[in-house]
Design a protein around this ligand. Structure first.
Ligand code: SF4
Ligand code: SF4
Length: 314
């Protein structure tokens, strides 16, 4: 049973919770997805988590075209086209009360996240803990999990105090001070390295790579837990020989010997539609098994262990 919460305690926005995951750290894990990210990668599979505050999502398959949302929106952000509601996202993005939700009885309208307290999160994790078996733990992901730093720090500290294994999946594009706050409570870090050409990085993610590379260097020196770098492989964006060679050189420089490469997928594209957005990643082809094998071979011949997709030794 979830116990009551102290309303003075730290709260944050969470857009998804998944139990029993086996791909995001050792053993069976609970994944908590925190809202907010400093990057906007064009291939992001969790676009609903990019915004710091929850946004309105519209599920077409559940919509019966009743028009209740049109009448229920005090800001006139909804109009109808072909018997379906269309949402003016500019008006909607600054809405605080989301009155339309109460009018939609089918569940076609939902928010991409909700406010939760640290105690609510810890209670969920403690409940899941009974099902992890041996090993397992918590992985904070997102969005960028260290953007809501006070919230993340307290969750990780309380898990650490309860002897729960902790991991994060980070884009690395956050101030080093945020890392410093959580390092004492972290066992594993998954850290994305996407593109070594700064201009290409900016074009693909909306942010430069200097802060990310500096944080990667600092973590290599100061973090005593397990640090696993990941490359999301996107043909035409970061699979060139130059980029792979630069990544190999960087890993050698910071004395690291393993990388996890993850193939691009388009599984998140429907969510863009639900948010009223275009999915820019659709213009990129998925890498073939042969392309993945070739890149993996490049790392292996450079003395770097390369795990492809979820075929990891953990
Ligand atoms: S979230 Fe707010 S502005 Fe947007 S449709 Fe609902 S009530 Fe209107
Ligand atoms: S209230 Fe819900 S079901 Fe009715 S038109 Fe709006 S989104 Fe569709």
């Amino acid at each position: 049973m979830i116990s009551g919460t102290d309303h003075h305690e730290t709260k944050g926005y969470v857009f998804d919770i998944q139990g029993l995951s086996v791909h995001d750290g050792p053993g069976c894990r609970t994944l908590i997805f925190l809202n907010g990210c400093t990057l906007h990668c064009f291939w992001c599979s969790n676009p609903e988590g990019i915004c710091s505050k929850p946004s309105l999502m519209w599920f077409s398959s559940k919509c019966i075209g009743c028009g209740n949302c049109l009448k229920g929106c005090p800001h006139h952000a909804v109009y109808f086209e072909n018997n379906k509601p269309v949402i003016d996202r500019q008006i909607c993005s600054s809405c605080e009360k989301h009155a339309c939700l109460d009018e939609c009885y089918t569940g076609a309208l939902r928010l991409s996240g909700k406010e939760m307290s640290v105690t609510e999160i810890i209670n969920l994790i403690q409940r899941d803990r009974n099902y992890w078996g041996t090993g397992g733990g918590l992985t904070l992901t997102g969005g960028e999990p260290l953007l809501q730093i006070d919230f993340a720090e307290e969750i990780l500290r309380r898990c650490h105090d309860a002897y729960i294994h902790t991991a994060i999946e980070t884009c690395g594009h956050i101030p080093w001070e945020n890392f410093q706050k959580v390092l004492p409570f972290l066992d594993w870090i998954f850290f994305d390295l996407k593109q070594f050409d700064n201009n290409d990085h900016k074009n693909g993610t909306s942010g430069g790579n200097a802060l990310i590379l500096e944080n990667a260097r600092l973590l290599s020196r100061h973090f005593t837990g397990r640090l696993i770098f990941r490359l999301p492989l996107i043909p035409g964006f970061n699979d060139s020989e130059e980029n792979i060679a630069a990544l190999i050189q960087f890993l050698h420089e910071i004395d690291r010997t393993e990388i996890n490469i993850l193939p691009l997928h388009h599984l998140g594209r429907e969510k863009y539609r639900m948010l009223g957005k275009e999915y820019p990643g659709i213009h990129y082809l998925l890498p073939s098994d042969e392309q993945m094998r070739k890149v993996a071979f490049r790392f292996k011949e450079a003395g770097i262990s390369c795990y492809v997709g979820s075929e990891t030794p953990f």
